[in-house]
Ligand binder design. Sequence first.
Ligand code: RAM
Length: 352
Amino acid sequence: MKNKAKKILIPLTAAVMSVSLLGGCGAQNNTANNAGNTSKTTGKATYAFIAKDVQNPYMKKVYEGFETACNEVGASALYKGPEAATPEKQIEIINQLVAQKVTGIAIAANDADALQPALKEAMNSGISVISLDSAVNKDSRMTHIQQADPEKIGRGLIQAAYEMVGGKGGIAILSATAQATNQNLWIEWMKKELDENKTKYANTPLIKIAYGDDDPTKSTSETQALLTNPDVKVIIAPTTVGMLAAGKVLQDKKSDVKLTGLGLPSEMAPFIESGVCPWMYLWNPVDIGYLAGYSIDALANKKITGAVGDKLTAGKLGEKVVTAANDKGTEIMLGDPFKFDKSNIAEWKAIY
Ligand code: RAM
């Protein structure tokens, strides 16, 4: 993961140029193929993004890209989500969007299974449904937008933690909610990495998994609780909210405990610069939303069905292919995660 990471920082200008050439072509098709769920007055499609929660700055970045894609294809975009990352509120929002007859729903799910009845109802009423960031089960979606290979993320984070403590010192994980599909999948791969290389990791045991619920206050108190165990030498936070909270606690306490995980460069730059977090990973959250916007439009216009092998042109991101996902559903992959460290954080903190 590390080696590839830096290579992928794509020149932004090239990406922006291709956007204007490809944008707009979805707009006419919307009215033709999805007339049932388009505005009677404007003929415009409406695509809604449901965040895990609307407090999370990462989710706002995802929506930025989603909205850009919607503008490019001539659709209206809606930003929805609960105040806290729970499935119950997401169900209410889905039901409202079904009543409102939106054209498509893209959801970052707070539970893989709990949303199934509501999302099935949406699909039965002709609404295109995808998950992104955090998946719903395969029967609740037409496809999933996957940020990066979960195996690379999970294994890469354990390898990073190991390096940061020189092969000696306990690992703790500060996750998001206990039901978050994306974090749970990454944690599964972290455990696999440890289990499959027992000799290498003999002195870097996984001591505890804590859940900060993507809530800054809870993430802070969970970090403080982790630090009461002197065996914890490195914290992995596979969540941007957890990363920021943990970074602040470690910095305030002038702790020697190291931090790595998945953080927003704009939020984590001070902690990378100070050495609290020697390096971390992430993908471009704006691109995730952008890819979701183009994917939902392609589904709504019946250019794709979400089956393996389907291809779509996702604006500036170019051609994307639907592939088989590990849960036996399908997914569209954005790419490899990027590595952020002292050498590149100054450049990236301004971007997302
Ligand atoms: C948090 C959320 C999100 C995750 C990122 C890395 O913002 O939990 O789902 O993808 O972190």
